[in-house]
Design a protein around this ligand. Structure first.
Ligand code: SAH
Length: 346
């Protein structure tokens, strides 16, 4: 990884400070920020209202690197586009653009690989490589809009990696994403999905960013959840649920729970009842996802089972829906494309 900060990873106040350090007028920062985040140029030389001398100084001080789409798959069924990006150090991550009635939503990765070890997840199998830098998370938005000509109206941090395990870079990404002088996306249009790093949920709560928190729950029982998700050995369900209630009380944002349904693992009547009891005390929504089988694991489910389990939850009074399956024809589930690519290239 490059040692100099990438200029795309700087907030506007930081850019101002950097320019003052370089002996330049602070207003130059706004001009440069506009080139980067509104006009989205790819090189210093395109910043035509900035002197050649300053552009030279900027290029000495900052990196300005790009992530490159090396594979692109478009669903013929539903407009889903999946991109595999190569990072400057040749790591890979994937990004998925999904079409919904209310607009296009982008699922971004926050780490190359993941160290959380969830049993059903493809992203974790080859282990953890590194955190993504803010410019690499932001780059997934900029490059995908460029590559597809589509405009993203919401973002979900649900791609490869655990966003709260890369806390500082993710928060910096969110600050840049929402800055009025840049892309100006309201963080109400952003969801962050976590396997449940409780300490970090509190850190996020204190920042009061206004985003939606999604919790990957997958079982209402500690024993089963620990088997599926090793993080549960550190942060148990009661502690996690308390953090969710506190998050809701502090921010007023309804919590979303993800539940990947797996045949014979977490799909019984008892599971449904326990899940309702757990989430019943606070405004929440449960998203049921039939588990996507990955070749390394034997977990299975299907849409009919997910619908059955969802009806059961609804009959028990829970606010639950089955997640629409998008991009089924292009293997759009998290981590699968990168895994296949790195498998065949290795
Ligand atoms: N690390 C974060 C976000 C990335 S995963 C998290 O754990 O929430 C995004 C979502 O996909 C999570 O809910 C995750 O549990 C789920 N997921 C991972 N692998 C899956 C699979 N094979 N089938 C269905 N959902 C899966």
């Amino acid at each position: 990884m490059t040692k100099i900060t990438d200029i795309l990873s700087l907030t506007l106040p930081e850019l101002r400070e950097a320019l003052t350090d370089l002996g330049e007028k602070p207003f130059r920062a706004a001009q440069i920020y506009d080139w980067l985040h509104k006009k989205r140029v790819r090189s210093f030389s395109e910043m035509t209202n900035i002197s050649a001398q300053l552009r030279e100084k900027l290029s000495e001080r900052f990196a300005f690197e790009h992530i490159t789409p090396i594979k692109k798959f478009e669903s013929e069924r539903d407009g889903t586009v999946k991109l595999l990006y190569e990072l400057p150090d040749k790591n890979h991550v994937e990004t998925v653009l999904m079409r919904y009635e209310h607009g296009d939503s982008l699922c971004v990765s926050t780490q190359a690989g993941c160290r959380m070890g969830c049993r059903f997840c493809a992203s974790t199998i080859a282990g953890f490589k590194r955190n993504l830098e803010p410019n690499e998370i932001l780059g997934q938005l900029y490059e995908t809009e460029y590559a597809t000509g589509r405009k993203v109206s919401s973002i979900v941090l649900m791609g490869i990696g655990e966003p709260l395990d890369n806390f500082d870079n993710v928060v910096r990404f969110l600050n840049i994403l929402s800055s009025p002088e840049g892309t100006n996306m309201s963080l109400r249009h952003v969801s962050l999905s976590t396997c449940g790093l409780v300490d970090r949920i509190y850190d996020l709560m204190k920042l009061d960013l206004g985003l939606t928190l999604s919790i990957s729950l997958h079982s209402p029982y500690d024993e089963k959840r620990s088997e599926l998700m090793p993080i549960n050995r550190k942060y148990r369900i009661p502690e996690l649920m308390k953090a969710c209630r506190d998050y809701f009380d502090a921010t007023g944002r309804r919590i979303s729970f993800e539940y990947a349904l797996i045949d014979g693992e977490n799909d019984s009547q008892k599971d449904a009842e326990a899940l309702c009891a757990l989430t019943g005390g606070m405004p929440s929504h449960i998203n049921i996802i039939p588990v996507n089988s990955i070749k390394e694991r034997g977990y299975r489910s299907d849409r009919a089972s997910a619908q059955r389990f969802c009806r059961l939850l609804n009959s028990l009074g829970a606010n639950a829906t089955v997640r629409r399956t998008l991009g089924a024809d292009i293997n759009a589930a998290c981590g699968q494309l990168r895994r296949e690519y790195e498998d065949t290239e290795a």
